[in-house]
Write a protein that binds this ligand. Sequence first.
Ligand code: 13P
Length: 248
Amino acid sequence: MNRKPFIAGNWKMNMTAESGAKLIGELKPLVKDADCDVALCVPAILIPAMTEAAKGSNIKIGAQNMHWEPKGAYTGEIDADMLKEYGVEYVIIGHSERRQYFGETDETVNKRTKAVLAAGMTPIMCIGETLTEREGGITEKVLSAQLETDLAGVEDVTKVVIAYEPVWAIGTGRTATDEQAQETIAFIRKKIGELFCPKCAEKVIIQYGGSMNAGNCKGLMAQPDIDGGLIGGASLKLDFATIVNYNK
Ligand code: 13P
């Protein structure tokens, strides 16, 4: 098992060209010796400026969404070529906020995921259960259904990064315990093994996301199946560097 850890930030709808470039400038020297892959997924309009700001560093700039069609009459959407023009390698797909507020479904997550792969980029595909679902004891059922549809027709699952983000832990300060996150991510890996092959499942990078911060990252990253983090709030500050350097 030699999965390279991957810590990604999700700026969501935060930062400006000015504040973003300032933060990246400060982060660069702090994360330069990281043993993991590092990315910041920024609002689409900031991609050109943040790409420029991150130049010459190990910080990759990613996107937060992408449409499955190559071009056309889809007001407000972004296509693969637009992202690739700026060297984008990572695209968050199916974040719970998109599912909750913008009508994203497992079917559209599946289309977007396949389009990101076809364009030669890496989808960071998000799945997760709500609090009601966890308390109702149906977490595994919910995650299985998401994985089945979201990954349907994907040829090489090892090219997908999965972000397990329990909805109840996002932006709430209520993190999953190390054990809860490990147990659930181990289940996700097992399920991927069943849907594809056990060997492929061993190669898939699976991140944890949901109130991961400078204080709890060490414990989460010490879990055998947790290969990284998708960081919201803490990626807007220098704390992101502490998380990237979780093993130092
Ligand atoms: P927080 O780290 O702010 O809880 O957000 C997690 C998240 O949604 C990352 O995609």
